[in-house]
Design a protein around this ligand. Structure first.
Ligand SMILES: Cc1cc2nc3c(=O)[nH]c(=O)nc-3n(C[C@H](O)[C@H](O)[C@H](O)COP(=O)(O)OP(=O)(O)OC[C@H]3O[C@@H](n4cnc5c(N)ncnc54)[C@H](O)[C@@H]3O)c2cc1C
Length: 407
């Protein structure tokens, strides 16, 4: 690899920063340019709905690398710069001023954008989504003045914001179209645990509820006042958070003719359909050698770890991404970690080891042959490695549930 090569990273989140790090860790001596649409150096997003939202962590504490690191490692960082197009045949990216920048290898790390609801009122004032530091700061300000918050969506972000809002004494109603929270991620057995947790902390949960409109003030049509459900129920609030999931930012890749299908299709080495372009983080729909399937994961750990493999691929070395999905959440006094992959409808049973009532347990998702697909430890720590070892193994469900048998 000659040092006159130019590698470009498009994106400004964790995956982009880790790609820059990994290139230098692998002694890549050429030019690295990181182009981010955001005005801040890459930062981690989990604290935006957790520690930062309750005033326990500042942006500096979850900025991936300080400015000095980029200077020391000669990374040309262009903030506030949205790449408009990629031309894979000319090997250029187009910058906002219309100029182009050539690359030898390109990494796409464009992440996700919150989904919006196609309903009246979505653009009103006091309607929030959460993805950026600006969004999180706006919610902090809101918690200082609002009395009632309506959250649409009982997914991870909706639930974590509910927890932070309750800590700030804000009344919270969560409106969810499914019958339980986190149903797609965890299934009904563990969805119930989170429903109970939020009820115990005074959250008003409305399941099986379809939002028809975000209602607005009669005198001020652009000011949200709550939501109206399709059955006519009106839920009043000083603000509405729309937390119905995220959409991967794949337009750049798709418009450049790269193979996409909901995400950017990559092989196990994280190369896209163009061998000079890799994709990492939320957008990467990667062939997973261990799971034997394609998987796209919107998790912090994925954005943290995929870049090491992608950088090797950019450098022409052979590498493949084989880590199992890993996720964590913190809500009230519940902390949990989830390892593995148990898709809805693909597991046969959930085995619980420990005390669900006290919210101190490990749950395992098993397939019909009693093979472990995934495990989740709730308020029990340092078991992730053991859970990982069990994944793919056939177990005796009764012994697994028995806390007197070592894991
Ligand atoms: C509030 C919140 C809480 C979360 N909590 C957890 C958690 O507890 N556990 C967990 O595992 N995961 C969590 N996640 C998910 C995790 O943060 C994401 O999976 C991770 O941020 C993905 O990293 P990424 O670098 O792929 O994308 P992102 O972090 O989305 O970064 C993408 C970057 O690319 C930039 N960009 C996009 N298009 C362009 C363009 N055309 N030109 C230039 N720049 C562009 C964007 O502006 C952005 O800076 C959370 C996410 C959020 C929003």
């Amino acid at each position: 690899m000659t040092s006159d090569q130019h590698f470009v990273i498009v994106g400004g989140g964790l995956a982009a920063a880790k790609t820059a790090e990994a290139l230098r860790d692998n002694d890549f001596a050429g030019t690295v340019t990181l182009i981010s649409a955001e005005d801040y150096l890459p930062y981690e997003r989990p604290p935006l709905s957790k520690e930062h939202l309750v005033g326990k962590k500042s942006l500096e504490e979850f900025t991936v690398d300080p400015g000095q690191w980029y200077r020391d490692h000669h990374i040309d960082v262009r903030l506030g710069t949205e790449v408009g197009a990629i031309d894979p045949s000319a090997k250029t990216v187009t910058l906002p001023d219309g100029s182009t920048l050539g690359y030898d290898k390109l990494a796409l790390a464009t992440g996700s954008t919150p989904r919006r609801l196609p309903i009246p009122g979505m653009d009103a004032r006091e309607v929030y989504t959460l993805r950026t530091i600006g969004d999180s700061d706006a919610l902090i300000e809101l918690f200082g003045s609002a009395r009632r918050l309506v959250i649409i969506g009982a997914g991870w972000i909706g639930l974590e914001v509910a927890s932070a809002a309750r800590a700030a004494q804000v009344e919270v109603t969560i409106v969810e179209s499914a019958e339980l929270p986190l149903l797609a991620a965890l299934g009904p057995e563990m969805g119930r645990v989170f429903a109970d947790l939020h009820r115990d902390h005074g959250v008003d949960l409305r399941f099986g509820a379809q939002v028809e409109a975000i209602t607005t003030h009669q005198g001020e049509a652009d000011l949200a006042t709550g939501v109206r459900l399709t059955d006519g129920t009106v839920i009043e609030g000083d603000a509405v958070l729309v937390a119905i999931g995220a959409r991967p930012n794949i337009e750049l890749a798709a418009n450049a003719g790269l193979a996409t299908d909901g995400g950017v299709l990559v092989d196990a080495s994280l190369a896209t359909s163009d061998p000079d372009i890799v994709a990492v983080g939320d957008i990467a729909d990667a062939q997973h050698p261990v799971l034997g399937r394609r998987i796209r994961v919107e998790h912090w750990a994925n954005a943290l770890n995929q870049p090491a493999v992608a950088a090797q691929t950019m450098l022409g070395k052979s590498a493949s991404y084989e880590r199992l999905p890993y996720f964590f959440t913190d809500q009230y006094d519940l902390g949990m970690e989830y390892t593995g992959y148990a898709a809805t409808g693909e597991y046969a049973q959930v085995v619980v080891r420990g005390d669900v009532g006290k919210r101190e347990f490990v749950a395992f998702w098993l397939d019909a042959e009693n093979r472990v697909l995934a495990g989740m430890n709730v308020n029990i720590w340092d078991v992730t490695d053991r859970i990982k070892e069990l994944i793919g193994r056939q177990v005796d469900p009764e012994r697994l549930a028995d806390t007197s048998t070592p894991l």
